[in-house]
Design a protein around this ligand. Sequence first.
Ligand code: GMT
Length: 375
Amino acid sequence: MRIGIICHPTYGGSGVMATELGNFLGRQGHSIHVISNALPVRLDQLNGNINFHEVMVDAYPLFQYQPYELALASTIVEIVRKEQLEILHVHYAIPHAYAAYMAREILKDQSIFIPVITTLHGTDITLVGKKPVYKAAVCFSINHSNYVTAVSKSLKEQTESLFEIKNPIEVIPNFVNIAGYGRADRELRQSFASKNQSIICHVSNFRPVKRIMDVIKIFNKIQEEKDSILLMVGDGPDRVAAEQLVDQLDINEKVFFRGKTFDVKSMLGISDIFLLPSETESFGLSALEAMASYVPVVASRVGGLGEVVDHEINGYLENIGDIDAMSKRALELLTNESKMSIFSASSRAKAESFSMSQISETYLALYKKIIDEKK
Ligand code: GMT
């Protein structure tokens, strides 16, 4: 099959999912064409079936904002024609679903018919898409996609309650390539923490929605009771404020900001607890990746996190902003070895139920069905 994938390239679950799906299908022999404004971080460039096409935007001084959607739509048209793509899978509605709609209509004008699948990821609906300035265009492009999927039941429900959706939305959850995750070697762990120290981890794009000040405050309470360190993996707008808070709390020696280029799998592989106290989270791919690494998650009870983390079975879900409860939950595990090992095994087992091979096959079957319907 000849598949076009449109996604954001930067750190964020939607780009990671799109890229991992492309990598998997490319390894199966499908011809994958990823279209984005920069090379996505996890794209497997060594595979001959995987191709990357950069959207180039010409900076013109008349424009305060460069018209990225137009450049993207034109690039899609060009690549569909040149590579004879059969289907377009767009990840994250803004601005991809709208640009793909335009491209599909331009191609129709040239007697080329290509279906568009839109996968909704979360903030494209819950934070950004619902804003009045985008709402009409987002709703229109969802309703004019040939097929729509959402990464959790919670996101499907939120989309249906926020917009006037005429298309059915199928839930196809995010997945993890389980084989790539596990415990890392002891030497790596020892390079960060002493034998008696626990390792707490957080991975995100450090945007306000992730509430990384809560991460620092929760960790501060944990380390008062149990000697620990905190790995902050990622980067983003709240990093400076988080560093200031670490200073104020005088825990500099225990908090490591690792930046965004660091090997996430290894960081998860040496961790004991993963913190995700987000304001909203449609799914929580980083939580799933932690669980695949045998790391129980302490998170807020929001959005689709309850579809990933089973409260009191392989992690804990508490109210948004409840720093006390989250730190107590983390300590419950860090100070009880047998409970920790039960939660840890159950985390991995739950992650295995989101297996990449199975969920990618679901997408593939969907592509086939939609292409066949078009014929
Ligand atoms: O807002 C983000 O956290 C980034 C965003 C993205 O584009 O990657 O993440 C969303 O999509 C992920 C992949 O489907 C989900 O795992 C995240 O939960 C979701 N983020 C939010 O809903 C806040």
